[in-house]
Design a protein around this ligand. Structure first.
Ligand code: MG
Length: 286
């Protein structure tokens, strides 16, 4: 099942998106389920599947304004250096632990929405990634049970402002300019996506393939990430884990490839689909 968040007729909604169109869940589930995050917190995916069975669509997909699947996650945990070819291209040492940094929710944009190139930098780079969305939360989740805590998956564009990322050893500034992370195009539930591994992740810029790798190339698989993260923080429904990017980023190309106003970046993952975002320079009228 594909779950989306959207705005229609000026009001925020959430629902299921399939061949019929968009089937709004809010009116069908009642006022106690306000958004996808609260649906996940109530373990409500199976209930959602039941209430849309036999329903007719409320909207066409092109009638709604798309939001990130989870517009308001409590935590966005991003993993760095989780593919060997990216670790090698960035000349970082091997580590026994994953690199972790965080993003603020206001960095997220939905499918089709502009990623904003900051006026303070000309070094905006792409990073195609798989996003994991937590369903059942918890602390000290062990590897063997981690799968049961995943609600689903989406594509993630961890666009990075490289000069700000490199001002010190801490990544935070370069990863937190507003509207620099694409997230979508929808949340594909875990049952539909299947075990992550054989699916290919691909990033293109203006149609040119820049990154391509199977998800099975991750140095720290998702179950280990969940176990490690939940050893020091409490994971909650709707939390997002961006699982890292493969090799081929723009800053390590010769010459470097920096994203510019008018470019289009696409992250595509088998069994999810394509997340498209145009690049718009800050201050450019939209
Ligand atoms: Mg990244």
């Amino acid at each position: 099942m594909r779950l989306i968040s959207f705005i229609a007729a000026g009001r925020a909604g959430f629902g299921v998106c399939d061949d019929r169109g968009v089937i709004a869940l809010g009116p069908r589930l009642g006022p106690e389920v306000q958004d996808l995050r609260s649906l996940l917190a109530r373990d409500g995916v199976a209930q959602a599947a039941r209430v849309v069975r036999g329903a007719t669509a409320d909207y066409r997909l092109d009638e709604v304004e798309r939001l990130p699947p989870i517009p308001n996650p409590a935590k966005i945990l991003c993993i760095g250096l989780n593919y060997e070819d990216h670790r090698v291209e960035t000349a970082r040492p091997k580590s026994a632990y994953p690199t972790v940094f965080t993003r603020f929710p206001d960095t997220l944009v939905g499918p089709g929405r502009p990623i904003v190139k900051p006026r303070h930098s000309d070094k905006l780079d792409y990073e195609g990634e798989l996003a994991v969305v937590i369903g059942r939360g918890g602390r000290d989740i062990d590897v063997a049970h981690a799968d049961a805590h995943v609600a689903g998956y989406a594509c993630f564009q961890d666009a990075s402002v490289r000069d700000f990322q490199g001002h010190t050893t801490q990544f935070t500034p370069g990863k937190n300019f507003p509207a620099t992370a694409g997230f979508g195009p929808w949340l594909v539930t875990a049952d539909e996506f299947g075990p992550p591994g054989a699916q290919t992740l691909r990033t293109t810029v203006n149609g040119r393939v820049m990154q391509e790798a199977p998800l099975g190339d991750m140095l720290f698989p998702i179950a280990r990430l969940i176990a490690y993260l939940s050893s020091w923080t409490t994971l909650a429904a709707g939390d997002v884990i961006a699982t890292g990017t493969p090799g081929g980023v723009g800053m390590k190309r010769v010459p470097p490839v920096w994203l510019r106003d008018g470019d289009e970046v696409v992250v595509e993952i088998d069994r999810i689909g394509a997340l498209r975002n145009p690049i718009v320079a800050e201050g450019t009228p939209s």
